[in-house]
Each structure stands twice: as structure tokens, then as C-alpha cells.
Write a protein that binds this ligand. Sequence first.
Ligand SMILES: [Zn+2]
Ligand SMILES: [Zn+2]
Length: 214
Amino acid sequence: MGAVPKGNATKEYIESLQLKPGQVVYKCPKCCSIKPDRAHHCSVCKRCIRKMDHHCPWVNNCVGENNQKYFVLFTMYIALLSLHTLVMVVFHFLYCFEDDWTKCSSFSPPTTVILLILLCFEGLLFLIFTSVMFGTQVHSICTDETGIERLKGETGKWLKVPCWEAVQMAFGGPFSLSWCSPFTGLSCKKSPPEHVTIPQGEIIEEDVIEIPLN
Ligand SMILES: [Zn+2]
Ligand SMILES: [Zn+2]
């Protein structure tokens, strides 16, 4: 999801970054990590997430740099499934009418109608919800601006990538069929140090760490 290692704001780690004099790095006061650009702290996950879009309670995880593709696919496939369900419900209704409710269902006609209405309601609910989520995610990727950044009005703090390039970055490489598969990784993307060992040492106290000019 783009998680930043917790508690890496140590003297040793900052020295290992070999920052130039005068350069400024930010420390997250909540999880004691060095905050990369465009990272935000999630109070549910209790850590900083690169390009965090939002915390999704439905999947109980943050949607950020490394899992946005999977979230987009998840919402898209649920929306398509819901649409499929609605079409099937309509066809079943029509079939029942033509059939005078004799063979179309093993339930009584009133029960069948209630079940079809419930299914219709459920399908519509999920179709609307997931297609709105899908739309906002694609919009976020295309405009190279996460939901949080839009909310906080942080636009303009980074150089925006053109739409198609941003989509390729989110989906991990040039267009291929693997874009549609939730089982393929973001292969073309260089894997960020997600599981680096946390350097042990003294945690630096300031929230803004400026490398002194020598
Ligand atoms: Zn944090
Ligand atoms: Zn989270």
C-alpha cells in the first residue's frame, strides 16, 4: 500500500540518506518515520502511507501508492458484477411474466417478487457505490492528486505527471492485459524498500530536520 517503515527517524538512518547540506526532511510525530513527499499518516493503520488516498474500512486497509491498482480493479469488478446481477433480475422478471409465474421459480409468486426486489436493491446499491468509488479513483490517478491532497488543498506542491503516464505508474508499466488482473504484481515498478530493517538508534526529536550547512 506504500507504507513507510515506522520509527526510522534515527540519526543513523538520516546520516545514511546522505542528504545535502541545507536540505530539509520531515518527521512524522506520530510514527517517528521520515515522511517522504506526498506521504500521509493514517491513524487507523498507525503509520505513514506514500500517496495515501484514503483508509477504506471495507477492505480494512489504506489505499495508497502500491495498492491503488487493486482497489481500482476491486471496485470495477464489483460494479460489473452488480450490473450483471441487475440485468439477470430484469430478464428473470420478464421470463416470469411470460411464464405466468408457473415454472420460473420454486417459490410462490409473492416470495419471488420480494426476492427479486431485494436483489435489485442490493445490486443497485453496490453498483452506485462502487462505480462512484471507481470514478473518483480513476480521477485521482489521472489528475495525479490523491483524495487527501484534494481535501487538504495541497495541490501544486509537486510536479504533476500527465494523465496517461500517471495511469501507467499506478498500474505498474505500459498497457497490457495484466492491468486487468488482480493477480499480477506491479512488475515494471521498482519495488520501494517496503520491508527494510528499521535502523536501531536514537530517534530524532524535531518534526522538521534540517541538515546543517557545513
Ligand atoms: Zn506517521
Ligand atoms: Zn489506513
